[in-house]
Design a protein around this ligand. Structure first.
Ligand code: EPZ
Length: 450
């Protein structure tokens, strides 16, 4: 089925994929897509320049770079590849037209609210973009900003915010451990007056890495047990020097590709400590992995059958929702019935329709098929799936719906018989650096149609 996004895709971002070849070789990870743009936004809060390393060459980074430059942040390359120096000395308000040009580009602009309110006393934020895997509301963000004392006004073209006086620390409890809303609190509380207490916080590794960045700038942030984070506001923050954590989501994507194609892939830069739950699931399904501390992780299909399993996505330290789409393709090759319950996003299983058209046996359900009932049970969302395998996948014409679903289509095409045509692959550049080069390095038979 051709989603509306495909209609807008340029004609040249089509990839012909000849399936049936196991992926074999080595790829290198860079910094995490879900940390690096946030660390770049954090530089806005400092009185001195910041230096960030291990930055991936992905479009999400380009978007946030342009947005920061619009607001007067000087950004220049550092000494080594993947390094940027960000100087916030002359932060200024950008024009609405310029900022609006970034509307729909990503979810990152919402995180500029706190820093711009601290620096300028006002901010304009365009409508957000990001993968269509659910409604993606920002109500938690707006509630939190108002609790800090910000005036927030939603207008047709975006958000207008003002801080008549210095923002004040507050007590916040999130209805759900939202990553973005937790980042909103962190980026606002560090310069607010007094103490902020955040309950039901997200504690993903990318959040902890952002806290490390803020601590380097002079912030005082304590992560307590049971998801409580306390921030003591300070009057001034300096710059930071930080090497971003590697992208555990990309690592898992290539691990699933190795499993689904019967291959053997070394992911340089992968860190066991950030992937513990994924590694448990990988081993349970029948995948093999070997950790080289400080170097990377080797992922391979050891031969024999893969085993179906029950799986429920959850916030950290549960099974990360961004890991499920690539894994589902491997589950189509597993013997038996796998049961997937997606509890973070209400609409992240739409990508399975195309897999079914390729020959997978996947049935979606509105019920919570898993250990615990979630927010989406009985609300008419198809957020559970039963996958019966193994099934032979046949090549097909595929239209990429979102970032991780798109990568799962590449995996499906690589493990299918025949040649698939994958449209809209440019979207994959949002979160996977040089994925075409990596596919070639791993022996994939692909042709990028210009
Ligand atoms: C971040 O999105 C990541 N994106 C997502 O990765 C990731 O899946 C998600 O966190 C969960 O781990 C980036 O970091 C850029 P949330 P975010 O706020 O912050 C609801 C990928 O593929 N919610 O934790 O937008 C929301 O609807 C992407 O790399 C509200 O209801 O996610 C969802 O159901 C996809 N109101 C749940 O919380 C709000 O104001 C989790 O969302 C905010 C969120």
């Amino acid at each position: 089925m051709k989603p509306d996004s495909a209609a807008a895709a340029p004609a040249d971002d089509v990839l012909l994929v000849h399936g049936g070849t196991p992926l074999q070789g080595e790829i290198r990870l860079r910094g995490a897509k879900n940390l690096v743009p946030k660390a770049m936004v954090a530089a806005l809060l400092g009185q001195e320049p910041s230096r960030l390393r291990n930055i991936p060459d992905i479009s999400d980074v380009d978007i946030v770079s342009r947005l920061l430059q619009l607001h007067g942040v000087a950004i220049v390359p550092g000494d080594e590849p993947g390094e940027l120096i960000l100087d916030p000395a002359s932060v200024e308000q950008a024009t609405i037209a310029d900022v609006d040009a970034h509307a729909g580009s990503s979810r990152i602009p919402i995180l500029l609210c706190g820093p711009l309110l601290h620096r300028l006393g006002h901010a304009f934020i365009p409508d957000l973009g990001g993968c269509r895997i659910g409604d993606r509301p920002i109500d938690f963000h707006l509630d939190v900003l108002r609790q800090f004392g910000a005036e927030v006004e939603k207008r047709p073209q975006g958000l207008h915010l003002a801080a008549p006086q210095r923002l004040r620390g507050t007590k916040v409890e999130l209805p759900f451990p939202s990553v973005g809303a937790t980042e909103q609190v962190l980026l606002t509380a560090v310069l607010a007056e007094g103490v902020t207490e955040l309950r039901n916080a997200a504690i993903e590794p990318e959040i902890v890495d952002l806290i490390a960045v803020l601590q380097k700038m002079g912030a005082i942030i304590t992560v307590h047990t049971d998801r409580v984070i306390r921030i003591t506001g300070v009057d001034r923050l300096g710059g930071y020097r930080h090497r971003a954590m590697s992208d555990r989501l990309e690592a898992a994507s290539w691990a699933c590709a190795a499993l689904a194609t019967g291959g053997d892939v070394y992911v340089r830069g992968a860190e066991q400590k950030d992937m513990m739950t994924f590694l448990n699931v990988y081993r349970t399904v029948g995948g093999a992995f070997e950790v080289e501390d400080g170097e990377g992780i080797r992922f391979w299909h050891p031969g024999g059958q893969l085993c179906a399993m029950p799986l429920e996505t959850d916030v950290h330290p549960g099974f990360q929702t961004d890991w499920q789409q690539p894994l589902v393709v491997a589950l189509t090759q597993a013997t038996g019935l796998s049961i997937l319950h997606e509890t973070v996003y209400e609409n992240r299983l739409g990508f399975t329709e195309a897999l079914a058209a390729m020959g997978a046996t996947i049935q979606l359900y509105r019920e919570c098929l898993g250990g615990t009932p979630c927010r989406f049970g009985q609300r008419n969302f198809l957020h559970s799936a039963v996958i019966s395998g193994p099934t032979k996948l046949q090549a097909a014409e595929l239209f990429i719906p979102d970032l991780r679903g798109g990568f799962s289509y590449l995996i499906a095409a690589l493990s299918a018989q025949g040649m698939s045509t994958v449209h809209g692959i440019d979207l994959i550049n949002r979160g996977y650096e040089n994925f075409l080069g990596k596919l070639s390095d791993l022996g994939a038979r692909v042709e990028h149609r210009r």
